[in-house]
Design a protein around this ligand. Sequence first.
Ligand code: ARG
Length: 470
Amino acid sequence: MTEGKDHKSKLWGGRFQQATEELVEDFTESVRYDKRLYRHDIKGSIAHARMLGEKGIIARQDSELIIDGLNKILEQIEKGEFTWKKELEDVHMNIEKALTDLIGPAGGRLHTARSRNDQVATDFRLYIRDEILKIDSLIQKLQEAFVLQAERHFGLVMPGFTHLQKAQPILYSHHMLAYFEMFKRDRLRLKDCLSRVNICPLGSAALAGTSYPIDRQMTAKELGFEAVSQNSMDAVSDRDFALEFLFCLSVIMMHLSRLSEELILWMSSEFSYVELPDAYCTGSSIMPQKKNPDVPELVRGKTGRVYGSLMALLTTLKGLPLTYNRDLQEDKEQLFDAADTTASSLAVMAGLIMNMQPNSAKMSKDTETGFLTATDLADYLVKKGLPFRQAHEVVGKAVAQCLSKGKELQALGIDELKRLHPLIEDDVLDVLSVEGSVASRKCFGGTGHQPVQEALDAAKKWLEEFKIIL
Ligand code: ARG
């Protein structure tokens, strides 16, 4: 029988008479994917062993042996010299068994005053904490790309859309900074999420706490947790922190997906608003002329996958009685996949935005049609004393007239314009210009040059100041 195959070599084998059925082993093991928690598992175990030694729960020598052994195992794993065994079920038991093999009976003392239930919750929280920092810095790169676009093409005017119909002229920089804001909220959300992730469940043991005189504050402090969990039963059952992180990732992907959708539209020959570098596009195996936006399409597609992970975990949790149930093992694969997907999507989109070239000629040309300054004409009449509803009606009729003649508002002669309403005078021509329309939108948060310049400055300042600190 190979090592670990018979019930006696299982860490929990004492009460068993039979070896585990191969099918059951394959079905229940998680080491295949949870081995990626090895660094966090060892870190948690080292803190636990140190505390056990300090508190005299195990001999100091044993504690030192354990810490030494765990560091050696860490090294082995990093060098690729560690053999993971599915018979040992998960990352925790693989490492614990290797420790005992390495240092002898002292290794068997590591699991004193601990259960895999609080151990896995601790590992998972440490892992998500690292992921939050990683995702945060990836979002920062993307935000920097938007700032770069906004700065480089400051002053470029393009149509803004509602209902995907041309609406009012805006600055391209304003559009870029809209995305900056979305991703700013995502980073703030991650920071908030961290405050609930960064709580230490270690010491809750299986569900009821422990009778050993442990010092939970000590392990929590060594592991950089902000606080210890209040209730041992909640601590081993709770996966809200993972759900919250998945929700954060889902919103990030939703933002990336909206951005992707716009890029796909903008790249079409119908819009032709941006040119993506060849390095970020792919071709067609049959149509030689094609340059396809596969990157944003894949990001849009992968968004569904991340939402799926959120729904999967919500569903896994919904019927669980307190406290630990093996269902909880299903939390990891989904979350790993969602975090990896979001990270790679962010990285590739940052590169793409950084290298994107707006087609200023086409954007400007598109502002000349579609009555983009109709609202400005209505506002002009309002400023001359007409109630807004009446002004709206007057301009609506003017647009209808123009449509029947196949003309734009600004193409009407001054006499024709004056005939629209007695309040219209020679100065009307100023408000019909696209540049004038943009320049007039000086209110805070608007698309005028001044507020957009201020927003750009504020964005740069925010980027310098914002930090998620552990
Ligand atoms: N692999 C398990 C998980 O991921 C570790 C905890 C196992 N605990 C237990 N009582 N079987 O949830």
